[in-house]
Design a protein around this ligand. Sequence first.
Ligand SMILES: Nc1nc2c(ncn2[C@@H]2O[C@H](COP(=O)(O)OP(=O)(O)OP(=O)(O)O)[C@@H](O)[C@H]2O)c(=O)[nH]1
Ligand SMILES: [Mg+2]
Ligand SMILES: [Zn+2]
Length: 350
Amino acid sequence: MKSLEQYGWDTFFQPQQLKGDLLLGRITSIQGFKHYVITANGEKEAELSGKMLHVASTEELPKLGDWVTLKTYDTLGYIIDVLPRRNELARKTAGARTDRQLLAVNIDGAVIVQGLDRDFNLMRLDRYLVQLTACNITPIVVLNKVDLVEDWTKYSREIAKLQRDCVVYFCSTYTGVGLDELRNTALEKYKTYILIGSSGVGKSSLLNALMQTNLQEVNNTSDFNNKGKHTTTSRDLFQLPNGSLLIDTPGMREFGLTYEEGTSDDLFPAIQQFADRCRYSDCRHLQEAGCAVIEAVQSGALDNQVYESYLKLIREQRRFEMNAEDKKRYNKQSGKRSREANEYRNKYKY
Ligand SMILES: Nc1nc2c(ncn2[C@@H]2O[C@H](COP(=O)(O)OP(=O)(O)OP(=O)(O)O)[C@@H](O)[C@H]2O)c(=O)[nH]1
Ligand SMILES: [Mg+2]
Ligand SMILES: [Zn+2]
């Protein structure tokens, strides 16, 4: 298994015995029906096996970063199984009410990129941090384009208000500031990271700078008529010279929350520190008497912007949860139908 370690394989994935002539590999790109899989015998192109076409939900289909078993014939392969995942990076897709989209799986860290031109936004950053925490993925914050600003310290002060456990790197792909530090202290060998953030913040530029070659075309907004032709359109996994694995993604307009249960207060450390002192243990910190969180906002101990962000995210999460319940009820019924169809198919072997 040695050679697969360099693509992120570790003891977590300890396989069920590999049967027969099956090969193990990791998905590095998905384009339509084509899945690119890196294996100990090099890169293979693979398609879904018949079995895969009958999974109960699309979330079970192979995703970028998945470990899969495949059967290969020369260069073409068929994906037989998806191995259990360490984690899944999900978001609610733009527009759809409850659609949860898996951006990538088996991720060690997510690099949230914001540009210091006009893109910096504390609430948006908070949203990314909440969702990553809920997905069990370590956040790394990169504030790019520092060549455009004079005072960086105010951004550190803003982010500190969120009281979240995340490291912030100030970078410029133009001047090279911060890149060595990012490379050497945030990106570990053989671990998998994903770049996320709005379009135009410099994700592909960062990837290129870290790769030390120009692999991804960048969205050159200085182009004639600002059309920005090279905006990234697919998610792909690359290996940096230091061995770490980095996924570039198209800029996201929306990064909706998808987590469903649990005490959401755990996801908001800045709120939690006061919440323990609320009069009612089920206080929602909206207008309840004896709410220590509201008192903290009034006294200035808690930043109002951080409180507003909390309220907004909690509302959004409740909406997602309610819609998800509706959908689950529906899926249960259609899942039963598809199971029945499968049983029938197996019985009569067609
Ligand atoms: N001033 C400045 N501009 C930068 C920096 N890094 C990238 N840019 C510019 O920002 C624009 C967008 O860069 P990209 O790397 O394509 O951004 P992206 O995040 O990959 O965008 P999408 O693929 O659309 O999501 C380009 O014109 C880059 O030249 C930087 O450090 N400083
Ligand atoms: Mg890009
Ligand atoms: Zn309260």
